[in-house]
Design a protein around this ligand. Structure first.
Ligand code: ME8
Length: 525
């Protein structure tokens, strides 16, 4: 793939980010880092959703007056940016819906839809959930309760503008059916198709300024602002306005399941109406829960990513978020499970492998890695290669396949990495290099250490997108150069093509001075 345009949702700025928001950021950051490392031209867009009644209410509640909303949101936006910096999130663009450039794109988009004859004025008589910023019909909001968040909805009756969504329903169903990777995971696609079995209602896309003026003015009626979801979705266009030719259509919109309908129904129809190409994939991950409920700022059952990163380190938090849950499913957050995964995977397995191997390089070879031995006929080597082949020989191949697949099997990548690390630790026990050393069979010791170094190098390459700071430390300790740990190049500077390796897979440079350092992950008791 030559280019990758990948996005996160833009988050509401009514409160500070929690671990649920961090989750999406980390997923997208990992993918962006991986694709950059195989030479793809990546644009990673994130940002903030700053309009709508909900934000206005939060500003007023925080003591700001009408007209001062921007001051309030500026503060929260900075908090978001700080958290992303802490978590080592390397985005290419940050879009704020209060930017003038964004507003212009929204207005242009609406004008295109209007010119197409897809917008009309009518009377809205129905329900509105302010926390979800969503309109509901009588049947959907049974007993005056929002079907999503279960909070009371408000009855609204007013003149508004509508978007003819219904006109595109058949087209959308066809599009979803003929593009099997448009909505992922597959069970979410089926959910959307199920929803599309009912007739789509036209969507109310305006709010009278008399109710709330905090939004983008409708280009064709200055008494109204745009419904905040319309304003928000268009960020995916306004955020790459200067690079549309190169990056549109989006390759991957990563979201959580709560906003699937907006992305898989409203957004494609809006794009179709305004004359844009469709994104390739919308991937909806699950929810982090706490106390049995979705972690959510309005409920207050949240975990703070900055506090966790301070306590356990940034990389362990990134690692935990991916390792603990298969992408697509829900997960229950607890610090206990973070600590368990930290101790098992990072302190015991990964940290130990590096530490033991470097200790042996120091002890047996004065801290300089042994020359690469090319002796595939040697019995010792054959035995060891057999032992290591499955989990280790194909590691980068497995990583490559899972990272580039549309299923986003990131947990499976970490499982494969941990499988290789475990195997390597077992290999140390089974091959017992200290015995060979006692027998003065240094050729065998060299072979074993060279195997271990090669595994460590592959592990460093494979974990780099997940735990960039750890990969950098491993690189330092192993005495490797930046290009050695880049997925896109092997030691010969060739692009990695997923070639499975057999007994001649050693490529760790011999004669390298290692620098054993502090343990990567001290155990937490
Ligand atoms: O919906 N578990 O913003 P938002 C997993 N502004 N992910 C979670 C989560 C949880 N408990 N809580 C939040 C909006 N997220 C709109 C989006 S996009 C054009 C407009 C993540 O602040 C997840 O990515 O409510 C979810 O989709 C997003 O935050 C919702 O953020």
């Amino acid at each position: 793939m030559k280019k990758l345009y990948i996005t996160t949702p833009i988050y509401y700025v009514n409160a500070n980010p929690h671990i649920g928001h961090a989750y999406t950021q980390v997923i997208v950051d990992i993918l962006a880092r991986f694709y950059r490392s195989i030479g793809t031209d990546v644009f990673f867009l994130t940002g903030t959703d700053e309009h709508g009644e909900k934000i206005e209410e939060a500003a007023l509640a925080a003591g700001f007056k009408r007209g001062e909303e921007k001051k309030f949101v500026d503060g929260i936006v900075n908090n978001f940016k700080k958290v992303w910096e802490v978590l080592n999130i390397e985005y290419d663009g940050f879009i704020r819906t209060t930017n003038d450039e964004h507003k212009e794109v929204v207005q242009d988009f609406l004008n295109r839809m209007k010119a197409k004859g897809d917008i009309y004025i009518g009377e809205y008589d129905g329900w509105f959930c302010t926390p979800c910023e969503t309109f509901w019909t009588d049947t959907q909001a049974e007993d005056g309760i929002c079907p999503d968040c279960k909070r009371p909805v408000e009855r609204i009756k007013e003149k508004n503008y509508f978007f003819k969504m219904s006109k595109y329903q058949t087209w959308l169903i066809d599009h979803i059916n003929s593009n099997p990777e448009f909505i992922m995971p597959e069970f979410r696609k089926n959910e959307v198709l199920g929803f599309l079995k009912e007739n789509l209602n036209d969507l109310c896309i305006s709010r009278p300024k008399t109710r709330s003026p905090w939004g983008v003015e409708l280009p064709f009626d200055k008494d109204y602002v745009v419904y905040v979801w319309f304003d928000a979705l268009i960020n995916y266009i306004s955020g790459i306005k200067e690079h549309m030719d190169k990056f549109w259509p989006a390759d991957l919109h990563v979201i959580a399941k709560d906003i699937l309908r907006h992305h898989a129904v409203y957004w494609p129809i809006m794009l179709k109406s305004a004359g844009y190409e469709m994104p390739n994939t919308i991937f909806a991950h699950g929810w982090w829960k706490m106390g049995g409920e979705k972690m959510s700022k309005s409920k207050g059952n949240i975990a703070d990513p900055t506090e966790l990163a301070e306590k356990y380190g940034v990389d362990p938090v990134r690692y935990f978020l991916i390792k603990a849950v298969t992408l697509g499913l829900d997960g229950t957050f607890s610090e206990d499970s973070l600590v368990t995964i930290y101790n098992n995977d990072l302190a015991n397995d990964l940290g130990n492998l590096l530490n033991r191997t470097l200790t042996m390089v120091e002890k047996y070879f004065g801290g300089v890695t042994p020359e690469i031995l090319q002796d595939p006929g040697c019995d010792e080597q054959k035995k060891r290669s057999e032992f290591l082949k499955d989990e280790v020989g194909d590691l980068l191949e497995v990583v490559y396949r899972n990272m580039t697949g549309k299923k986003l099997q990131l947990k499976q990548v970490l499982d494969a990495i941990m499988g290789a690390i475990n195997k390597a630790n077992k290999y140390i026990e089974e091959s017992a290099p200290w015995k060979y050393s006692k027998e003065n069979n240094m050729k065998a010791v060299k072979l074993i250490i060279a195997d271990l170094l090669d595994i460590l190098r592959d592990v460093t390459i494979a974990i780099n997108p997940f735990m960039p700071a750890t990969a950098a430390k491993m690189k330092e300790q192993l005495g490797l150069k930046e290009e050695d740990i880049n997925f896109g190049s092997d030691l010969d500077g060739n692009m990695y093509r997923g070639k499975a390796r057999s007994s001649d897979w050693r490529r760790f440079p011999g004669g390298t001075k290692v620098k054993k350092g502090e343990p990567l992950f001290p155990r937490i008791n």
